[in-house]
Design a protein around this ligand. Structure first.
Ligand code: GLA
Length: 520
């Protein structure tokens, strides 16, 4: 109850803050993502909070969700970041360091991460910038920033959500800046998701510190979607459109599509809005129990293409008459544009969308791709007429060409190679990591800076077309007994889309059971 009240106050504050928004300054600062190359399109994945809240989270549940994420086709649609939210997964020991709650996570948080990585996915964890997490069930990072960020790196997190509860007296910019420094010092690049619900105007400064920031309060209480709240959040987040770009995103909270409380129409409209706003797509429903319709919505690659567009523009409201709103201003990499007509009021609406309202000229003859029926019509002169029911959307991609390519959407078979040398003699071991592009085009070869690799590892990139393989060769000659680790970074800065893609990272573990001579 108290939490709900706080959430309401924060939402109220958030909404009133965004109304008086300053426009973005000319950005002289350097964005955090310029170094690590992460999240150049909005992160996609799954987080437990919306459907489960804290209590049922444990290793078994998260692993079941991970399996369902793969089996349902969400992985193949680009969803990758997955892991526990606030859910009693670690505690601080007497030495000040974080340890796994082994009762809930018997494989340890590192073991859970390995499970996720072996599925080709990315590991997401949660903490708080204050003394404790929101429910006070777990310790926050205050005063332990460097140790905690080291723990998340040791657990091999690829994403960390950092909440803003229990932070009385803390300066928000200084706190999150220190956490980003601690994260850099820990040496493992990860997506930094700030979660202050709009408090401290993070859109003005958080791009230099992390990759995404919550703009508004929680979208629902655990277990039950709230359509009215979701619509209010969408309109509040809309005001912040000028602040986003590749590697720095407004986060209007996790998805509610597929949760109890929404109709099929609302599920589809919600997903369309989050795609049009270039919002992170962190699914929030129970992936083990989805209707075919929910799966079809969450895996609609044509809608996801709008969200994952490499230009990274947030579509916004161009007009709103109180019953219906037109969301445009979203150019896409191939010269097409995404357009959404949303009936948020009570009345079925017939409207004509005019080409000049959506970024084209009235004389243009344009093709219209309906992103839900997957049908193309046109060429149309001047505009297109549509009829939309309450809570529903018309979601289009509009182009001068009768061709609607999908931008790069990458899916890996694994993000962890574990190699072990067996005998007493030096060996050559190898393992592969394959990355497929579910988008339309073949990609140029991925590049790895050989200087970034340890002396025991060499990598060759093979394959072409939509699928490339990193062939990893390990030579154990001269290595001492022990465990070795490398985090490999691959870049693709000249992709078909004309924009760099997010860097692709994976881990290589090597176990050497005894000292190896230099030669056999
Ligand atoms: C805050 C966040 C939520 C969730 C909870 C956990 O409310 O906004 O997304 O992480 O904390 O307590």
């Amino acid at each position: 109850m108290r939490k709900a009240l706080i959430a309401l106050i924060v939402l109220g504050l958030g909404l009133s803050l965004v109304i008086a928004l300053p426009r973005p300054q000319s950005p002289t600062e350097k964005f955090h993502a310029e170094d690590d190359g992460l999240a150049l399109t909005p992160p996609m994945g799954w987080y437990p909070w919306n459907i489960f809240g804290e209590e049922p989270q444990n290793e078994k549940l998260i692993k079941e969700i991970v399996d369902a994420l793969v089996a349902s086709g969400l992985k193949d649609a680009g969803y990758a970041y997955v892991g526990p939210d606030e859910g009693i997964c670690f505690f601080r020991g007497p030495d000040g360091k974080l340890s796994t709650n082994l009762e809930r996570y018997p494989s340890g948080l590192r073991g859970l991460g390995d499970y996720i990585h072996r599925k080709g996915l990315r590991y997401a964890l949660y903490t708080d910038a204050g003394t404790h997490t929101c429910s006070k069930a777990m310790p926050g990072t205050k005063g332990h920033e460097f140790e905690d960020m080291q723990a998340f790196a040791d657990w091999r997190a690829d994403y960390i959500k950092i909440d803003w509860c229990n932070t009385a007296g803390q300066d928000i910019v200084a706190t999150y800046t220190l956490l980003a420094e601690a994260q850099r010092a820990a040496g493992r690049p990860l997506v930094h998701s700030l979660c202050s619900w709009g408090v401290g105007y993070p859109w003005q400064w958080a791009g230099a510190i992390g990759h995404m920031w919550r703009t508004t309060s929680d979208i629902c209480g655990p277990g039950q979607a709230d359509w009215g709240m979701a619509v209010r959040i969408a309109f509040a987040n809309d005001k912040l459109a000028p602040f986003v770009g590749p590697g720095h995103w407004n986060d209007p909270d996790m998805l509610i599509s597929g949760m109890p409380g929404l109709s099929e129409t609302q599920n589809r409209s919600f997903f369309s809005l989050w795609c049009q706003m270039a919002a992170p797509l962190m699914a929030g429903n129970d992936l083990r129990d989805m209707t075919p319709s929910t799966v079809a919505i969450l895996t609609n690659l044509e809608a996801i293409a709008v969200n994952q567009d490499p230009l990274g523009v947030q579509g916004h409201v161009v007009w709103n008459n109180g019953n219906v709103s037109l969301w445009a201003g979203k150019p896409l990499f191939d010269g097409s544009r995404a357009v959404l007509l949303f009936v948020h009021g009570k009345y079925k609406t017939a409207r004509r969308i005019l080409w000049e309202e959506v970024g084209f000229s009235s004389a243009d003859e344009l093709y219209v791709r309906n992103l839900w029926t997957h049908e193309t019509s046109g060429p149309h002169k001047g505009g297109i007429s549509v009829t939309v029911e309450p809570d529903d959307v018309a979601f289009f991609r509009i182009s001068k060409k009768n061709d609607f390519p999908i931008p790069p959407i990458l899916v890996a078979d694994t993000t962890l190679l574990s190699l072990r040398s067996t005998g007493p003699h030096p060996e050559k071991l190898s393992g592969t990591v394959t990355v497929e592009n579910k988008g339309s085009a073949s990609l140029p070869p991925w590049r790895i800076d050989p200087e970034s690799l340890p002396s025991w590892l060499t990598i060759e990139v093979t394959g072409s077309g939509k699928s490339q393989t990193f062939v990893n060769t390990v030579k154990t000659a001269g290595l001492k007994k022990g465990a070795y680790h490398a985090q490999v970074r691959a870049d693709n800065v000249e992709p078909v889309s004309g924009r760099p893609m997010s860097a692709f990272y994976y881990d290589v573990d090597l176990e050497v059971p005894g000292n190896m001579p230099l030669r056999d």
